[in-house]
Design a protein around this ligand. Sequence first.
Ligand SMILES: [Zn+2]
Ligand SMILES: [Zn+2]
Length: 197
Amino acid sequence: MREVPGAGHPGLTAAPRRLQLHFFDAAASDSVFVEQATCDFCDQTLATCAPISGLALSSPARAPIGGAQFGCLRCFEAGRFFVDNPLESFFTTPPQLSAADRARLQATPPFRAWQGAQWLCCCAAPMTFIGVWDHADFELHGHPKPAAAYFAEIGVNAGEFDYDREWSPRRSAHAEATFYAFRCGTCGRHLGYADCP
Ligand SMILES: [Zn+2]
Ligand SMILES: [Zn+2]
């Protein structure tokens, strides 16, 4: 399992819990919900939380935001608070968003990325983030194509990275790039992009 941004930070939980939203369908640990803390909305201890201080929050639904330090994943999914995902977070020029997509995207927590999460678009809509990929994922989804060929095909900035150095089983001990994968909710294709510290 390759290192992802923020891994190794004390207090991180490795829970394999999935966060399933319209634009986010991946391990919750790929999102900003990675702290084990007491939720200030439901008081559950050792909950999988996002630090409120690091988030732009909008429209608290049921509980006052003032003074809250952590919000848990369950309270987030229950709509007790919103994580504000800035709409300028697109890798390329975004399409005209429908009102429904705009609202959904604003309520989608960013995934953890070295240089900040950026959404890819396909079929005139934002794609769904489906996780951080390593070699096994490229092999699985690209089969029967070689993993490196599939990376070159779906990586929108693949030309800036050396697959063998960063992702292959023979990768460098200094490999540090991370690949963020997306699926189009309309045509089903995969795309992704890579970044590094
Ligand atoms: Zn809670
Ligand atoms: Zn598409």
